[in-house]
Write a new protein. Structure first.
Length: 193
């Protein structure tokens, strides 16, 4: 499932790329910031998930995408069981240091397009170290679609999450709307949620 404000462009792109059977790719037109539809009013996404489940009995994995560069974007635990937060290396090597609830508390952080680092002046090792330092032991994977080992690492994580979920022992955790941050005067704190 894709989330776009007024179009189904992301879904059309995925269909044309042939990543799944076209009828399995659904678009949610949010009419507002897509991040609102994944956290504040999740009804459009929930309705589409229910439609998918009705169309495909036995379905046990739905991927819900919400793109953009909003470091505060988090999914409601009422919508998803696990959140993967993806950073694009081309967005800058300092992004992981900036923090935010997705970077710090998503179930998995993916630093994507690591192969582009030399072209955008990013030190991938430093970016991965910054990401790891921000996550209190939660997993970080550096990913390039041209590096089979990194793709396999993401697939292994997804398979592991499915296995844990099937046991009934997985409890989604709300990453919250705010993360620990540092003000200009050097004071650091986290808002409670």
């Amino acid at each position: 499932m894709t989330n776009d404000i007024y179009t189904d462009e992301d879904a059309r792109f995925l269909r044309s790329a042939g990543v799944l059977a076209a009828e399995r790719i659904r678009a949610v037109e949010t009419g507002a910031c897509p991040h609102t539809a994944i956290r504040d009013d999740i009804s459009a996404n929930l309705a589409e998930v229910e439609t998918l489940e009705a169309d495909y009995p036995g379905l046990d994995l739905v991927l819900i995408e919400s793109g953009g560069d909003n470091l505060t974007a988090t999914f409601s635990p009422a919508l998803v069981d696990a959140q993967v937060f993806v950073l694009d290396v081309a967005g800058g090597g300092d992004v992981a240091r900036k923090g935010g609830p997705g970077i710090e508390r998503a179930d998995l952080l993916v630093v994507n397009k690591t192969d582009l680092a030399p072209y955008v002046g990013v030190d991938v090792a430093r970016m991965l170290a910054d990401a790891t330092g921000a996550r209190d032991g939660r997993p970080v994977i550096g990913l390039s679609r041209h590096d089979r080992a990194s793709v396999d690492a993401v697939l292994t994580w997804v398979d592991g999450m499915l296995a844990v979920h099937r046991t009934g022992s997985w409890v989604p955790v709300d990453p919250g709307p705010m993360a620990r941050h540092v003000h200009a005067d050097g004071t650091a704190h986290a808002h409670q949620h």
